[in-house]
Ligand binder design. Structure first.
Ligand code: ADP
Ligand code: MG
Length: 238
């Protein structure tokens, strides 16, 4: 079974097509990178999967269940944004537990999950701090932690590292890869950065103008691009 299936997806803004009859099957447990230049529709696609945008046509399945019209909270997904989207007035602990408290989870269970997430992401010493007192990399860990505590099936990342400097970006790439091996969840990761895609992905989907041009392993994309656009984009030897 596929983790996420997207069938004939159309999404228009004011009559202008942004996603065009898009089809995509994402395997259970894979790290799938959506790679494409700015404006090609990557965030729009991710927002459709997350349920933050209503699709114009088509269907989305998660773990075999049709979630096309399901609320974001009912989809078993966790989203991590470039902008972190943390609550500034709450501590790290408060940010991590917020969704669980809202869902009225028992206190002991919340504590267990927050402790585990903090350990995995190595942010235990930061639990009592507020976001303003954290570095960019630490904030991004907290943002990942918020998805982690919810025990989601699928992680969605929208350019989570693009606000960070090059060194930290490289470090966090390695950590994300380790996180993926440890958790084994399906991860869908949006970026316009070829290096990021090549180092993180099990498979890369190259997007252009609202459609997927090629979907295969980084090695195949690089060595056997389907057309000149893909070749130029990933810098294949000509
Ligand atoms: P990417 O994430 O690949 O950079 P987006 O998915 O953000 O691209 O945007 C794809 C296209 O849709 C762009 O042309 C963008 O201007 C347009 N778009 C995105 N969001 C909206 C919106 N809320 N209203 C109108 N147009 C939008
Ligand atoms: Mg985007």
């Amino acid at each position: 079974m596929h983790s996420v299936e997207i069938r004939n997806l159309d999404l228009s803004f004011g009559g202008l097509g942004v996603l065009k009859n898009l089809n995509l099957d994402i395997r259970e447990g894979e790290f799938l990178v959506l790679l494409g230049s700015s404006g090609c529709g990557k965030s729009t696609l991710l927002n459709c999967i997350a349920g933050l945008l209503e699709v114009t046509n088509g269907q989305i399945f998660i773990n075999g269940r049709n979630v096309t019209w399901a609320e974001p909270s009912e989809r078993g997904i966790g989203m991590v944004f470039q902008s972190y989207a943390l609550y500034p007035q709450m501590t790290v602990e408060g940010n991590l537990s917020f969704g669980l408290r809202n869902a009225r989870m028992p206190k002991a269970e919340i504590e267990k999950r927050v402790t585990r997430a903090a350990e995995i992401l190595q942010i235990e010493p930061l639990l009592k701090r507020k976001p303003a007192a954290l570095s960019g990399g630490q904030r991004q860990r907290v943002a990942i932690g918020r998805a982690l505590v919810r025990d989601v099936d699928v992680f969605l990342f929208d350019e989570p590292l693009s606000n960070l400097d090059a060194k930290l970006r490289a470090d966090l790439r390695v950590e994300l890869k380790q996180l993926h091996s440890r958790l084994g969840n399906t991860m869908i990761y949006v970026t316009h950065d070829q290096i990021e895609a090549m180092t993180l992905a099990d498979r890369i989907a190259i997007m252009r103008g609202g459609v997927i041009e090629q979907l295969t392993s980084p090695d195949e994309i690089y060595n056997r691009p389907v057309n000149k656009y893909v070749a130029d984009f990933v810098g294949s030897p000509s």
